[in-house]
Design a protein around this ligand. Structure first.
Ligand code: FAD
Length: 388
């Protein structure tokens, strides 16, 4: 059995399982408090990997997420590499564009690069001498009795590690959560929506953004939609959300163009017909899952955060932001209960479950709003202060 590096008699060992967005940020929160932090991430180090697989290329960072970044001194660094989006830009079938501001003048959400955000957070976590990042460590199993975790590595070897607290930040298909499912009085539900998503790239035009950059562009078509968020390299990442059966009906390049001609004609010259014909078939449409569970903890030894606790559909732009907020809430409760895990963990579940479930419900609702309600006349005149 491996003893975590740098173990000190006076500070407990916290194992953060998952070095994604929430895990990497959480490592900073725990390290700041002086714990011996060990992060275990199944992937190789994305800062040096040749290719990085993952979900959306960019995502919207809102106030919730910014506040959490501020706690660990990362807000300015991340915001400086984000592109402000002051509102939605609705694209009608005729190509007419109508802006809807998100809030008052000066209020905005930010489009940020997912991979860069994750890299910056890992690098920040590593600046704490009491933090160790362990890549290529996949959690296989852990014991609720002893807290002993078993990891496998790509060379087939196995490692066992013990920690005082296990923090499950290993995403929607959490291996940490598996142990929760074996326990009585653990509530769990998982729902796949009938829609999938596909990402397409809109290149720059004459070295500039092909559309107005400070908006989240939406092509709402009632039963499906396309959105586009700007990137620093002056591209847009367009995401098409549609029922799987509609994706599957399109089987040739000509059919792709026909479909775009019918529903998103203004986007064809901007994405490029050749790119559309090719990129539509590059990867199959990806599924979207919503996970709700409670409680988020087991006794005083394990807690779930981020998507491991509450994967939400992406339509409210709040999955990561809510996961970041989990870190703040946990941190505040740690202050309140003097880092006594036996009091902190139940309080965290009590406070956090209703809020995260509310975000999950709002995310489901916002899909209908984004693809359908924004088409209504009255909506276009209404001022709104929400996300996406
Ligand atoms: P993840 O990002 O899934 O990270 C989990 C990490 O754990 C990964 O690095 C994984 O490799 C690792 N891991 C998994 N299993 C193991 C194991 N057994 N052992 C060790 N490590 C393991 N959210 C927003 O706030 N704004 C948006 O605009 C937004 N847009 C989105 C668009 C799309 C298309 C999608 C799909 C999601 C979007 N989200 C958005 C949601 C956001 O992506 C997630 O909420 C966020 O990634 C959750 O972070 P996480 O760290 O909890 O989980």
């Amino acid at each position: 059995m491996e003893e975590p590096a740098g173990r000190q008699a006076n500070k407990k060992v916290v194992a953060v399982v998952g070095g994604g967005l929430v895990g990497a940020l959480n490592a900073c929160f725990f390290a700041k408090r002086g714990f011996q932090v060990e992060v275990f991430e199944t992937r190789e180090d994305i800062r040096t990997a040749k290719s990085v697989r993952g979900r959306s290329i960019n995502l919207a960072l809102s106030l919730r997420g910014r506040q959490a970044l501020r706690h660990v001194g990362m807000e300015d660094k991340i915001v400086s590499k984000g592109i402000p989006m002051n509102g939605r830009m609705i694209h009608s079938l005729s190509g007419k564009q109508s802006p809807i501001p998100y809030g008052k003048k000066g209020q905005f959400i930010l489009s940020v690069d997912r991979a860069n955000l994750n890299k910056e957070l890992l690098t920040e976590a590593e600046t704490y001498p009491n933090t160790k990042l362990n890549f290529d460590h996949k959690l296989q199993d852990w014991s609720t009795e002893t807290g002993l975790m078993t990891f496998t590595r790509s060379d087939g070897s196995r490692t066992q590690v013990q920690a005082d607290l296990i923090v499950g930040c290993d995403g929607a298909f959490s291996a940490v959560r598996k142990q929760f499912l074996r326990r009585s009085r653990f509530n769990y539900s998982q729902t796949y929506i009938p829609h999938g998503y596909m990402e397409l790239t809109m290149p720059p035009r004459d070295g500039e953004f092909a559309m107005k950059p400070n908006f989240l562009h939406i092509w709402p078509r009632n039963t499906f939609m396309m959105i586009a968020l700007p990137n620093l390299d002056k591209t847009f990442t367009c995401t098409l959300f549609m029922p799987f059966e509609e994706f599957e009906k399109i089987t040739t390049g000509d059919e792709v163009i026909e479909f775009f001609q019918k529903y998103f004609p203004d986007s064809i010259p901007l994405i490029g017909a050749g790119a559309l014909r090719r990129d539509y078939f590059r990867l199959p449409a990806q599924p979207m899952v919503s996970v709700k569970c409670s409680p988020y903890h087991i006794e005083d030894g394990c807690v779930l955060m981020g998507d491991a606790a509450h994967a939400v559909v992406p339509f409210y732009g709040q999955g990561m932001n809510a996961g970041f907020e989990d870190c703040i809430v946990f941190n505040e409760i740690m202050d309140q209960f003097n880092e006594d895990f036996s009091l902190v963990l139940p309080e965290y579940s009590r406070v956090r479950v209703p809020d995260d479930h509310a975000i999950a419900d709002l995310a489901m609702y916002n899909y209908v709003e984004m693809r359908a309600h924004v088409n209504s006349r009255w909506f276009l005149f209404r001022k709104r202060v929400d996300n996406f």
